[in-house]
Design a protein around this ligand. Structure first.
Ligand code: NDP
Ligand code: BG6
Length: 483
């Protein structure tokens, strides 16, 4: 275990414990780790928020979101819930923080803890990050304690606000203490990119512009912003999933090999890769969903929490260039949309055509890495049709996890994997300050363009459709060959 790992007694404080993320993700992730025996040996879990709740009320709320993979897990739920207590208090006044400090110190004293270790998880709207951070620093960070702070996205709205947030948090917590979470970095298949790329000579050898002709990273959700329209309207799909989740995937997919698994070595390479990315404002397609074709599903503008004339982007596809020796000339497309025909996130890498001559018609190889659902890696290869035929057909070398691995293999939820990394003191799968800055430098001009006076036209697509109609043309323009 790394020397940075927390020891046997840790206090975990979930700020915004009454909220959506806490009940759906944070507490269930802590339960998942508890169930697998992956929490520190002894934990003192405290929920903190303004709402007046008793310990029991918070536990009841959490209980309905816990996932049980088997009966044994169900039996452990009560033991887990009993570890949780709740403190109600404001974010901007010391009162609640004093109570919090008392509760943590009492736990430390009772357990004869030599060095107090604390994880604060800010499951709060970003407007409260700095206030909560200041108060935690002032009232809940005694000398000699070790503290880690997990901060949720969004880290800013654009370059300026992101820099401001950095500026506000930097005097309070060191980069070592800050863990900026992007939950895509905790997804199993995203973590596998490293091994697939750098652990297989047959892939690392062709991972460049001499062999690859185009790459797409696609995010599709089969549901709209129902109930979250108020939040989404100011954000749009580009900020919501592209500037962070998909960009992270693209970076891991294209960065050079780091010298080691050391978190800083990994993040150094990521930043280097990111600096070579550019987006051309003319190479973008944006859309917004309307009613479904059969009229049963609402359009984006039918949501009461959304401005009636909102131009919010719920679908975007953009071309990204990578201006370095490895990738120069390869078109990369990021595309993401809400209210489509299915929920799926995948990477599709298309290879160059083999030399003409011996084959009349032969298709291109494609490597598909499906991040979710049902993790899979499959390679489309040409093979002779068995028998006396000399014809070829495109077939698949298929690693679908659910059929390859035994039924009870365990893939941690992204939040479980990341919270565990934080206990271990491993920053590799968290976003570093300079990485964040470069990503906003890349996306801010594009956001200004698509939200400005001269914005491109929004293409309306029906709820439940595959994509906006012009996507096919867009992909062809960006080098994808439809066989
Ligand atoms: P919520 O809106 O549910 O807020 C969490 C809690 O914060 C609330 O229960 C409330 O608690 C308190 N709160 C809400 N608004 C304010 C306010 N204006 N001032 C002070 N306190 C407030 O947010 P989520 O749980 O959905 O999200 C938390 C963070 O996680 C956000 O940064 C979000 O962007 C991020 N996130 C959320 C995801 C999700 O699926 N929900 C996914 C990815 C990231 P109380 O009033 O009791 O204090
Ligand atoms: C969140 C976005 O960050 O990621 C949501 O705010 C989106 O809008 C979600 O639905 C997607 O995450 P996942 O893990 O469900 O693919």
């Amino acid at each position: 275990m790394s020397s940075d790992a927390f020891g046997d007694h840790v206090s975990i404080v979930v700020f915004g414990a009454s909220g959506d993320l806490a009940k759906k993700k944070t507490f269930p992730a802590l339960f998942g780790l508890y169930n697998q025996g992956l929490l520190p040996k002894n934990v003192n879990i405290i929920g903190y928020a303004r709402s007046e709740l008793s310990n029991e009320e918070l536990r009841e709320r959490i209980k309905s979101f816990l996932k049980f993979k088997d009966d044994a897990a169900k039996l452990k739920a009560d033991g887990f819930l009993q570890l949780i207590s709740y403190i109600s208090g404001p974010y901007d006044k010391p009162d609640g923080y004093h109570k919090l400090e008392e509760a943590i110190s009492k736990y430390d004293q009772e357990n004869k803890v030599q060095q107090s270790e604390r994880l604060f998880y800010l499951a709060l709207p970003p407007s409260v990050f700095t206030t909560a951070g200041k108060n935690i620093k002032e009232h809940c960070y005694p000398e000699g304690a070790r503290l880690r702070l997990i901060v949720e996205k969004p880290f800013g709205h654009d370059l300026e606000s992101s820099r401001q947030l950095q500026k506000d948090l930097a005097p309070l917590f060191s980069e070592e203490e800050l863990y900026r979470i992007d939950h895509y970095l905790g997804k199993e298949m995203v973590k596998n990119l490293f091994v697939l790329r750098f652990g297989n000579a047959m892939l690392s050898g062709v991972w460049n512009n001499r062999h690859i002709s185009s790459v797409q990273i696609s995010f599709k959700e089969a549901f709209g912003t129902e109930g979250r329209g108020g939040y989404f309207d100011d954000i749009g799909i580009v900020r919501d999933v592209m500037q962070n989740h998909l960009l992270q995937v693209l970076t891991l997919l294209t960065m050079d090999r780091p010298v080691s698994f050391d978190p800083e070595a990994v993040r150094d390479e990521k930043v280097k890769a990111l600096k070579a990315f550019s987006i051309d404002n003319d190479n973008i397609l944006i859309g917004q969903y309307g009613k479904s074709e059969d009229g049963t599903k609402p359009g984006y503008l039918d949501d009461d929490t959304v401005k009636k004339d909102s131009k919010c982007v719920t679908y975007a596809a953009m071309g990204i260039n990578i201006n370095n020796e490895r990738w120069d000339g390869v078109p990369f497309v990021l595309r993401a949309g809400k209210a489509l025909d299915e929920s799926k996130v995948e990477i599709r890498i298309q290879f160059k055509q083999v030399a003409k001559g011996i084959f009349k018609e032969i298709q291109r190889n494609e490597l598909v890495i499906r991040i979710q659902p049902n993790e899979a890696v499959y390679m489309k290869i040409n093979s002779k049709i068995p028998g006396i035929s000399t014809e070829t057909s495109l077939t698949e070398l298929d690693l679908t996890y659910s059929s390859r691995y035994s039924k009870d293999f365990w893939i941690p939820e992204a939040y479980e994997a990341l919270i565990r990394d934080c206990f271990l003191g491993n920053h590799a799968n968290f976003v570093r300050d300079d990485e964040l800055d470069v990503s906003w430098q890349l996306f801010t001009p594009l956001l200004q363009y698509i939200e400005g006076e001269d914005r491109p036209e929004l293409e309306i697509y029906p709820y439940g459709s595959k994509s906006p109609k012009s996507l096919k043309k867009f992909l062809i323009k960006n080098g994808y060959v439809f066989d």
